[in-house]
Design a protein around this ligand. Sequence first.
Ligand SMILES: C[S@@+](CC[C@H](N)C(=O)[O-])C[C@H]1O[C@@H](n2cnc3c(N)ncnc32)[C@H](O)[C@@H]1O
Length: 291
Amino acid sequence: MTSTESRPGRLDGGAPVLRPTAHTEGDWTVVDEGWGRKAADFAALSEPGNCREYVAVHHRLGLETGVRLVDVACGSGLAIELACVQGAVCAGIDASPRLVEIARQRSPDADIRVGDMHALPWSDASFDVATSFRGIWGTTTTALTEIHRVLVPGGLLALTVWGHIKASPGAWALAPFRLAATAKVEHQAAMVSLGRPGAGEAVLADHGFVEIRRFDVPFAWEFPDPEMFARVLASTGPAYEAIQNVGEQAFIAAAIDQATKRVRDGLPLRAEIAVVAYLAHKPTGHEGRAT
Ligand SMILES: C[S@@+](CC[C@H](N)C(=O)[O-])C[C@H]1O[C@@H](n2cnc3c(N)ncnc32)[C@H](O)[C@@H]1O
């Protein structure tokens, strides 16, 4: 990781808010080590748990047949598959070749690339709509410059990020990520800073977006039992950071322990987590002109 260039602020009256101004992530080609190592588990067991978020955001976007959509940090591409079902002409990009392979299998007609979201491989003004579901973070906001570039004037961006995790009833489900080394846990905290009130709005405005709106997105993971919870969580990138620190066995044991406390007879384990979405436009260039 490279160092974080940031301006501290106190946008919510609470802890200082990181407002990164530069691309602060390291080598994107190593992302697959974590995100791709259990790609089939992630695609089949984890990503479907995000379906409420995808439906809510696609609904707000009002996708129409033929709309050109790019999904940035698309993972194994379930959101793309659902956008295709709604008639969108889809593209996507992710740093993990193993996740992209699944995304391509799910949506063979979509243009899905392996690559870095900070250097999108499409020409200027290629898309009407861009989405990113928890793919752009407080530490990677330079990707917004690229999204702005590939959107047509007047194009629409929908971005989701974690909201107030600690206040979420399902915070327990993310707690095992804190088994990562201290520096990684601190980095994870900087990543989620975009969800704080005012933070996303400020960063989007800094990157030239207008008409920025924020709304809460329904998000709930469900698991049949603690063992499945541990398996699903272990398929994610942040879990890999924890596993690197404490080993897979200890991570699984800690995850099972977290979940076991929440088991209620006959019900799935349910983790509702705050997720925030931002909708924003690229200016048309005609703003403020008399008609
Ligand atoms: C939290 S996951 C979100 C995946 C997917 N959007 C979803 O809804 O499940 C973050 C994704 O970002 C991808 N990623 C991380 N760094 C990236 C980069 N520099 N360029 C493109 N994708 C990246 C990871 O491979 C992973 O798929």
